[in-house]
Design a protein around this ligand. Sequence first.
Ligand SMILES: [Mg+2]
Length: 229
Amino acid sequence: MTSVVPIRAVLFDWGDTLFESPHAPRVMVSYARERGIRLDDDEAERMWDELWHAGKTPEEHAKGRDLSRDAHRRVWTELFARKEAFIPGIGRVLYERVMEPSIWKPYPDAEPTLRALHDRGVKIGVVSNHAYDLRPVFRDAGLDRYIDAYALSYEIGVTKPGRGIFIEACRLLGVGPADTLMVGDDATSDGGATEAGLRFHLLGPYGRGGERGLVRVVEIVDASRAVDA
Ligand SMILES: [Mg+2]
């Protein structure tokens, strides 16, 4: 962080940043078992990693899945259906048991991080490529009290890495891009924030059920403010 401009607002990505998906390989194994198909944990892990990585490619993003619910269901179900040859019906099952946002859970360090930023008077926004309203998800998790604005692609009509979604998030928070830090797990889509003049912090790889490394965000904010004499 070389800039001396203090950070006044932080924007967070949602999926794999603040919230964690249900354990998809476990969903695959249990569904396979329901169908009488043998699938071990390692094989399920490999299949899921392949699908999830494919889901993050520009080709998949370009299919417009984050602009409407119908497209979201169709595009993800088609992607997951690549494994139908091994497990018939898995496309629909993975969509319903993994992709529904209401069943995602916050990482254990999400609440303390949001609270720490909120206590410092830092504005907080959520910037997500998503076709669902995430406000009820934050409400149910008890985190909505910390969020000052939501910039959701299906409402704004622009997906990350498009500049427009970051600019709109800053406008909603009443801050300038130069005063704002974007935090996310995707160097391409979340990293688009730098094109809009924001700073960007890329989260590292993550394991299941553990902390997400979000405390680093508070350190970055504090460091930016320490030079603000
Ligand atoms: Mg993400």
